[in-house]
Design a protein around this ligand. Structure first.
Ligand code: SF4
Length: 357
């Protein structure tokens, strides 16, 4: 790593100067010192764009202004507010950690990097962000923006996706940190990555680091950061039977360790490949719940819903039952109450367009 430190002084000074004179990026959680608000914003922003996260952050704060109000709420209300953000394990961890801090720590956030790391859902990046922003503890944040800036400026070929590369970026980031102003430095490098050294359309001609930037000098700006070959995505075929009886419909809470844990769904039929609606309705699983007679009232178009590691091929088959079905796994819910219940985005997409409401 020693070689990388050749331009350390230049890098940190130029970055801090840029932050003080040119950085005008506005975000509601910027310069906030309250660890609850910082934690909330960081959990929301894991795997979420700032533009999307902003409104969720504001809604959470207005409904749950402090850790105790979040801890006291019921799970369904929190999941409903989280609806549409994806990666629902974050929401589960959010609730768990809020209750842990409220009940076991009397609402006081841990105030060291190591104790923050022990919180559920808090990894090295989030712990460093809370430690530096709330308590001025000198821990460098390393997220996608930071890795891009460092990989390009220092001309680093290692991938952040493997353990050795990860440790190297972490060590370099820590060596570059302005230890007297860790909060300001951490915010500056993340903002710099988001607004100047962007993934596409990097503003190299306006960049204060350009003189010594290895990627620019060797014409490799868009080759860095280096990424290991992406894993192939899993493909799933998911068919939902929307079984209505009068003004009610069968739904259930997903509890298994899979996508969408703690969200609701209609009757699910999964198959390894595409099937016709009649084949699904006549399958043993579906026909044992939805007994004839019923009317097939609507079959949606097939559509794809893309998750980070999975591609979901989806279709909704809507039937109106003549007899009230019985199921241990699914329960009836009033159709007009569905908007109060948390569903995954893919099901909301269908509900928004469902013509028979
Ligand atoms: S010169 Fe371009 S690639 Fe290098 S740090 Fe600046 S914006 Fe990034």
């Amino acid at each position: 790593m020693v070689g990388h430190l050749k331009h350390k002084g230049f890098f940190t000074k130029e970055l801090m100067d840029w932050n003080r004179t040119e950085n005008d990026r506005e975000m509601p959680w910027k310069k906030v010192r309250d660890p609850y608000k910082i934690w909330l914003s960081e959990i929301i922003l894991q795997q979420t764009r700032v533009e999307q996260g902003r409104s969720y952050y504001n809604s959470f704060l207005s409904q749950f202004p402090d850790i105790h109000s979040l801890a006291k709420s019921n799970d369904a209300d929190v999941f409903k507010l989280w609806e549409g953000l994806g990666y629902y394990s974050r929401c589960k961890n959010l609730i768990h950690t809020a209750r842990f801090i409220s009940q076991n720590l009397q609402g006081r956030f841990p105030d060291s990097y190591e104790s923050l790391l022990e919180l559920k859902g808090v990894g090295p990046y989030t712990a460093a962000a809370i430690a530096s922003f709330a308590y001025d503890i000198p821990h460098a944040v390393v997220d996608g923006n930071v890795v891009r800036v460092l990989a390009r400026f220092f001309g680093i070929d290692s991938s952040f996706q493997d353990q050795t590369g990860k440790a190297m970026f972490q060590e370099l980031a820590q060596a570059l940190l302005d230890k007297n102003n860790p909060a300001e430095y951490n915010q500056a490098i993340m903002d710099f990555g988001a607004t100047i050294c962007k993934p596409k359309g990097a503003l190299c001609s306006d960049c204060p680091l350009s003189k010594k930037c290895q990627a620019l000098l060797t014409d490799r700006v868009y080759e860095l950061p280096f990424k290991s070959k992406a894993k192939t995505k899993k493909t799933r075929w998911m068919f939902y039977i929307v079984a209505k009886y009068g003004n009610e419909v069968l739904i259930r809470l997903r509890t298994e360790k899979d996508i969408w844990q703690n969200l609701h769904e209609f009757i699910l039929f999964e198959s390894p490949s595409d099937l016709e609606p009649t084949e699904i309705l006549e399958s043993e699983k579906i026909s044992s719940i939805c007994k004839k007679p019923y009317i097939l009232v609507h079959v949606s178009e097939r559509f794809q819903h893309i998750l980070t590691h999975q591609t979901l091929n989806m279709r909704f088959i809507c039937i109106e039952m003549k007899q009230k079905p019985k199921s241990e796994k699914y329960h009836f819910e009033k159709w007009n109450r569905l908007k109060k219940i948390a569903f995954p985005k893919a099901i909301l997409r269908f509900l928004e367009n469902y013509p028979l409401r």
